[in-house]
Structure formats: C-alpha cells, structure tokens
Design a protein around this ligand. Structure first.
Ligand code: AVJ
Ligand code: FE
Length: 440
C-alpha cells in the first residue's frame, strides 16, 4: 500500500487539474491584442483570468497546503478580485500573456509536486483532496467566465464548435411534472468537494408543486414577446420594470431583428433563433416577467433542488438527477465544447426520478430565491467565496450551463448573480402550486 493514502484520488486530481488547464489555455490561445483588450466593462480582460487562476492556485495549494515560499507575492494584490473591479482591471500593470502562461505553469509544477507529497486527510482542507478539488472548480468557473467574455467580444467566430448528438427521441413529453408534498434533504454534508454554500444537509418540508419538464425555449419566450410581454408592467417586478424602462429591454441579449425575423449572435456568428432551444441570456427580471405572463412563477431554490434530487422510492436525495454517478456525455450537455444549449427534451438518460429533464447543463436556471446561507452554514475555507455575497442583492441560479465543466456542476451546486445580469448562460423554467386535490 502506498504510505500517503489514495493513489487513485491523487491521479484523479492531477487529471482534473490538467483538464482545467487545457481548457484555460485553449480559451486564451489568441494573440496578445485579444487577450489584453477589454471586451466589455462587465468582464476582465482574458489575460487577467489567465493569471488569476494561477494566483489562486499559488495562494491555496503552494502557500497554504504546501507551506512553500511565495513565487510572486508582488502580484497578489493585482489578481485579488476584491481589490479591483472588473472594469478597472485593464489599467493595471498586468502580467503579459507570455508572462502569465509562464507564471501559471510554474505554479502548477509546484502544485503537482505538493499533490504527490501531501497526505489527503487529517485536516478539512486536505480531506479527500478538498483544496485541490476547490482549485479545479475555481479554474473551471473562470473558464465559463472566459466563455462569457468570448461571447461579448466583437468580430468573427474564433472558437471551435463541437456539434451535439440529437438525443431527443420521439417521445411526447408532458409540459410539467408534479412533485408531491413532503420532506426532502437539501444541501449536502457528504459531497467531497461541495463548496461551503452547499452545506450542510438539512431537511425541508415542501408543499406539492408542478415544475416544467424542460427549460423555457426560445419559441415559448417569443410568444411572450409577441404578446407584448415587455410592454406590460403587470408582469414585471417593480425594480424590473424600472430597469426595463432605463435600459430599453425588449429581447434577450444578443438578439436582433433582420427583415422581421429574430436572429442572434453566438460567438461571432449570426443565425436564426432556434425555436426549440432553451432561451439564454435573459436576466432574472425577464424570467420572472415571463413566468407571471404564463400564469406561473419561478420555482424556489428548494423546489428546484427537490425536483432534481428527490428519489421517491428511497426517500433520499441524489447527487444528480439521474443518480449518484458523475456526469457522462449522455446525461447532460456540459463542458463548453457545444457553444450552445441542446434542444429542449434532450437527454432522457439525464432525467430526474420524476422525469424532469435538463436540470444539469444547457442553461443556468434562475430561481425565485435570494442567495442566503443554509441553516448551520460555516465559512470554508474563505469568506470571499460565498459569505460576502449572501443577502437580497443576489438571485440564485442552479444546474450549470453547457459552458460549465462537470467538476463544477451538481444538483447541490449554487451560483448567484445580480437580477439584471444577462451575459451569463442563464435561462429558467417555471413552476406553480399544486391544488389540494392534486397534492394528495
Ligand atoms: C460562483 C460564479 C459567482 O465568478 O464570481 C470565481 C465564482 N469565485 N472566483 C464568480 C468565483 C471566485 C463566482 N461565481
Ligand atoms: Fe476567481
């Protein structure tokens, strides 16, 4: 037996770190001009993300876990997301693209050496390789952020696109699924790399509700637009209506009309809006308005999670809608290669116990809830991951998008953003209360 404990875990972590790095490098394999440019004030220049993932890795793996001397303490402050707003980052004396690649490679060499020599047990940061799993997720989250930057960028398409297999089949799906009343376990105390905001597991008792089988599609969303949904204050949250008036919201971001038809820009290519694809690039206020127009509402965060995890046969909560196995290509559209969501009704093998589809991957789903800590929450390992964001300013998103890596997508994972944000790969599904006769 090997003295330091699980060799399999070490190999898995090294492999996941390498996959994250390949993705980072592929998303930044462009000339210096593209990388240092600010494509939008909402986003960092790509070269900031590039060095930032290395900086976080240095802080947590090299200095904290490894106890090694800093490689570059002179740049800590520049790559601290709390010191500089995204819009101000281009004016910093950032490392050049070449220097950034060299820096993150040096950090990675040390991190892999530390992975080889450190017992993956004994304290919370090491247990099951948590710090390494956290850094994998961090780098993959920034890969998704970099994809949002690519989508905001002007110019021809420069990213490759891998076509998705058609997994829709012929079955007619019901529009909505009933989730009966009763208790379920929300959050987790056992998922090895769950982040602090997903913990601890706690039981909630929910009333019965109906939830959409699939996310709301572009075609459905266009019906809302054609019915004047953007022009009727009755459907809008007051803050959303004000935002609509101030910014002229009238369609999802990246859509425009040519010759009377809606087209969209997707990574530099303009194409007709596909009616059967989940709508994305809508803000929380638009999702909320659509749901009211449809006579429905957004699900609460707990309703979303119960629909995704609750197994009525065993009474337990699964890691994923389909069970406890890690995501495979026939479960969900994840990882970013497709550059788009799959059509609604895809992925029968990824359905939840009650038949809800596409909860993982495709589009992040806005839910009605604010981003709040679970009862018994403990900061781990740093306050700036979740704690500083709790409160009414942020709305929760669930399930991950086509751009999310499997390492950062699970049915307990919580994302959050301001309710006006549209550059993320976010859509939604709707829900409604079940009547008393249905809920028995
Ligand atoms: C969880 C996606 C909101 O990008 O701000 C990255 C993830 N935290 N670096 C973000 C994150 C620190 C975070 N979100
Ligand atoms: Fe970060």
């Amino acid at each position: 037996a090997e003295p330091l404990g699980s060799g399999d875990l070490r190999a898995e972590l090294a492999n996941r770190l390498e996959r994250a790095r390949n993705r980072t490098l592929a998303l930044t394999d462009y000339d210096d001009g593209e990388l240092v440019k600010q494509h939008s004030p909402l986003m960092s220049p790509l070269v900031w993300d590039l060095a930032h993932v290395g900086s976080q890795e240095e802080l947590w793996l090299v200095r904290d876990v490894g106890g090694r001397l800093p490689l570059r303490c002179d740049i800590d402050e520049m790559y601290d997301a709390f010191q500089h707003s995204r819009s101000s980052r281009p004016s910093l004396p950032l490392l050049s693209p070449t220097e950034s690649r060299q820096y993150i490679a040096e950090v990675r060499d040390k991190a892999l050496d530390i992975l080889d020599r450190t017992p993956l047990e004994g304290k919370p940061l090491l247990e099951n390789g948590f710090a390494f799993g956290m850094i994998v997720q961090h780098e993959q989250q920034h890969a998704e952020t970099m994809l949002a930057t690519h989508q905001l960028r002007d110019g021809e398409r420069i990213l490759p696109e891998t076509p998705l297999p058609d997994t829709r089949g012929l079955a007619e799906l019901p529009a909505e699924v009933l989730v009966p009343a009763g208790p379920f376990t929300m959050g987790t105390s056992i998922e090895r790399w769950a982040l602090d905001n997903e913990r601890p597991a706690h039981v909630l008792d929910l009333a019965a509700y109906w939830i959409d089988t699939t996310p709301v599609t572009n075609g459905e969303y266009q019906q809302f637009m054609e019915a004047g949904g953007y022009d009727n204050a009755a459907w809008w949250h007051p803050d959303g209506w004000q935002h609509r008036n101030e910014t002229g919201l009238h369609a999802p971001k990246y859509w425009h009309r040519t010759d009377g038809n809606w087209v969209r820009k997707r990574f530099g290519a303009v194409e007709p809006v596909p009616a059967d694809e989940p709508v994305q690039h809508v803000c929380w206020y638009e999702a909320d308005a659509y749901a009211r127009w449809a006579g429905r509402r957004l699900p609460t965060e707990a309703e979303w999670e119960k629909a995704a995890r609750y197994d009525p046969d065993s009474g337990r909560s699964r890691r994923y809608p389909w069970g406890d196995e890690d995501p495979a290509p026939d479960h969900a559209n994840l990882g970013g290669a497709a550059l788009r969501p799959a059509p609604a009704g895809s992925y029968p093998d990824g359905a939840s116990a009650r038949g809800v589809r596409q909860l993982i991957g495709d589009v992040w789903e806005w839910v009605s809830s604010d981003f709040e800590p679970y009862p018994g929450f403990n900061v781990f390992p740093y306050e700036e991951y979740s704690q500083v964001f709790f409160g009414p300013d942020y709305k929760v998103l669930r399930g991950g998008s086509w751009a999310t890596d499997p390492a950062a997508a699970r049915a307990t994972f919580r994302n959050w953003d301001y309710p006006i944000r549209r550059q993320i790969f976010a859509g939604f599904r709707t829900a409604r209360d079940a009547s008393l006769s249905e809920s028995a």
